[in-house]
Design a protein around this ligand. Sequence first.
Ligand code: IPE
Ligand code: IPE
Ligand code: MG
Length: 224
Amino acid sequence: MNPLKHVAIIMDGNGRWGLKYRNSRNEGHREGINTLEKIIKESLKNNIKFLTLYAFSTENWKRPKNEISFLFKLLENFLQTKIKDLHNKNIKLKIIGTINFSKKINRLLQSSEKITSKNNKLQINLALNYGSKAELINAFKLINKNKEKITEKNLIRNLQTKNIPDPDILIRTGNTRRLSNFLLWQLAYTEIFFEKKLWPEFNESDFRKIINNYKKIKRNYGSI
Ligand code: IPE
Ligand code: IPE
Ligand code: MG
């Protein structure tokens, strides 16, 4: 049985769900929050230590303004209403990606990180304005600036995921088989599960099935 420490998720398919059932992409994003809460609960139950969630990519700025502002409103509302609960559950929140939003959102993100910084049951890494290519370029720039040698160790130390083990599992919902600029370095030996269901349809039992399948996989890391 493989140990399980870290699950990463590309929460995809909200827009399609919303259009299909509510005639609105934004309503799909709203519905997606319910799945998020289910998966956080199930992660706690399964003693998962790190949950990394792709919420907004560096490429998602190409979307219509109204969708972007709705997404950030949802984020604001989620943090304002749920951060106490996350804190009580001993969850630590960490943002990966560049925090350069409105002053209000920046402050909310920073204070949410601060309030929960000492917690140690589960760490949620929320990928916001995150892109793996930008992260890698930034890491190389830091190595260069600090006159460090280019080694695996030094690169890892300069990534935004430093001190976080690589994901054991990557799940992408929404019936699309691509990485969309998510954790390209960190996923080198991750077990990948592409899920047909759209994110708002994904549930605890789907999550448990993936975990059980993962546990039985023979992980070789190039060996035999
Ligand atoms: C993923 O769902 C959520 C974000 C990118 C914020 P999408 O909005 O990409 O949903 P689809 O893929 O268009 O259905
Ligand atoms: C990836 O989904 C980003 C998030 C889930 C936040 P996208 O829907 O943006 O990916 P593409 O554009 O279809 O590759
Ligand atoms: Mg999508």
